[in-house]
Design a protein around this ligand. Structure first.
Ligand code: ARG
Ligand code: ZN
Length: 467
């Protein structure tokens, strides 16, 4: 359901840029030919993301007031045109936009639903900078039938920010789709005493002035918009370095202070272990955040997974940290391939169980196979359903797919494949077809039948023998 933005369908930003049509002019044929599209081309979510440009970097300078739930600031975006652009779109839900500048000059803009259209005159391949000044009360997606609440969610003491699949637009304007990854920096100002947590690493100590503290965070590796966070509130924080030398940042809401050390130790140890199984850790720090907002789920926010209102057990920490490789470093190009995130993270839980002496991956597979409902067998995880993205099949049958593959190609090829998959596609975007092609190349086997049965048929595959 499209909620209309506060200044929906209004115009702003006076002096029309040269060559931009005056307000209210119907789009001409010539303008239409060079207009960026209002979606990036994912048939599952036609309005998500945008076409015609590619974002390289987001610089978010934002202030948040937990008491009034007021968010305000500027998003400065470095992008590159991939066609001539008479206009382009950003995704933004709610807020009042006060100005849009392109390359330092005011540009005319228009709001309609969750689309912010910027009128401009850019040549194909031109690098450009767009700065959007905006303010308002964030309006997250609340209690959606199958995704719960997500986006920028105000909490009693701050904010819980988890944006998968398309909630980034509830707190900053951008190209809100995983196919367009970018680096980020965050300059976040909150009342003194409140901690602001974003992705990546702190650039220097937080500065307090006139009762406000500013935290500067930088994520220097490419990141999808849904993994960006600005979680704020009262937090206890522990920092350090893992045994293998990765900086660790763990934070807990006061209600969970008793588990800060456990969160820190587990996150540190599990990140180190995954680096031995999946290959080098892709980012510059790791960690975790436990907030008291009862989301009912966790999210693998880049460098700092967040757990919504519960004490995470090692299995879920192993899941969220496996996503740092599968989902975060390697991101899906289309939502249809979500099993490449969730199937891998579920299989990682089984590998973690085995590593920590709680039953082999084979036993986890046996249990999953025996316990799978008809619903799972009817839902092929290789074709994620847009209205039921996070169905158990995408997780459990996705994980079973990897175990069936392991049995078919043997341990040596399977673990070589997983490492090469992560190495070859580091920081990039991937598809299921690419994974199947690499599996066939490494094993020298024809695997269409296996993937067809496990990923694409709405039926229960026969149980592979355990070798
Ligand atoms: N990727 C998350 C996980 O499996 C799940 C996110 C669910 N998102 C949502 N809006 N409910 O760890
Ligand atoms: Zn997951």
């Amino acid at each position: 359901v499209a909620c209309s933005a506060s200044n929906s369908a209004t115009e702003g930003g006076a002096p029309p840029a040269k060559d931009a049509p005056p307000a209210g002019t119907p789009v001409t044929r010539a303008a239409a030919a060079t207009a960026g599209t209002t979606g990036i081309g994912d048939p599952y979510f036609p309005g998500d993301g945008n076409g015609g440009y590619d974002v390289g970097h987001y610089s978010l300078t934002l202030a948040y007031e937990p008491k009034s739930k007021h968010l305000s600031g500027t998003a400065a975006i470095d992008a590159k045109a991939v066609q001539d652009l008479s206009q382009f779109n950003l995704d933004l839900h709610g807020f009042t936009v006060s100005s849009v500048n392109v390359n330092g000059a005011p540009a005319r803009f228009q709001r309609k639903g969750d689309e912010l259209t910027v009128f401009t005159n850019l040549k194909d391949k031109a690098a450009f900078k767009v700065a959007v000044a905006y303010a308002g009360t964030p309006d997250p997606v609340r209690e959606s039938p199958n995704l719960g609440s997500y986006g920028f969610i105000p909490t009693a003491d701050g904010s819980f920010v988890t944006s998968e699949p398309n909630g980034a637009k509830t707190w900053f304007p951008g190209n809100d789709h995983p196919a367009d990854k970018a680096t980020f920096d965050f300059r976040l100002t909150v009342p003194a005493g409140v901690t602001a947590i974003a992705n990546g690493e702190l650039a220097g100590a937080p500065q307090t002035k006139d009762g406000k503290t500013t935290f500067v965070w930088r994520e220097t590796n490419p990141m999808t918009t849904y993994l960006a966070t600005m979680t704020t509130g009262k937090f206890a924080v522990r920092t350090g370095v893992s045994k293998s030398g990765i900086p660790v940042y763990a934070a807990t809401d006061p209600r969970f202070n008793g588990i800060l050390n456990n969160l820190y130790e587990q996150s540190s140890k599990i990140t180190d272990y995954w680096a031995t199984v999946f290959g080098p850790y892709p980012f510059k720090s790791t960690g975790g955040v436990v907030d008291d907002y009862a989301a009912g789920y966790a999210l693998e926010n880049q460098t700092k997974p967040i757990y919504g209102g519960f004490e995470p057990d090692p299995g879920i920490i192993a899941h969220e940290l496996a996503h740092q490789w599968f989902g975060n470093s390697l991101s899906i190009r289309r939502w249809r391939d979500l099993w490449l995130n969730e199937g891998f993270a579920t299989y990682a839980e089984w590998l973690w169980s085995e590593h920590s002496g709680h039953g082999t991956a084979q036993q986890s597979f046996n249990d999953a196979y025996a316990g799978a409902t008809d619903e799972i067998w009817k839902y092929p995880p290789g074709e994620t359903r847009p209205n039921d993205l996070f169905n158990a099949s995408v997780y459990v049958r996705g994980g079973m797919t990897l175990h069936a593959l392991r049995l078919a190609i043997g341990d040596a090829d399977f673990f070589a494949l997983i490492k090469k998959w992560a190495a070859d596609n580091r920081y990039g975007n991937v598809t299921t077809d690419q994974f199947i092609a690499l599996a066939e190349k490494i094993s020298g086997k024809q695997l269409d039948g296996l993937f067809d049965a496990w990923l694409f048929k709405p039926a229960k595959p026969s149980k592979p023998s355990a070798g």
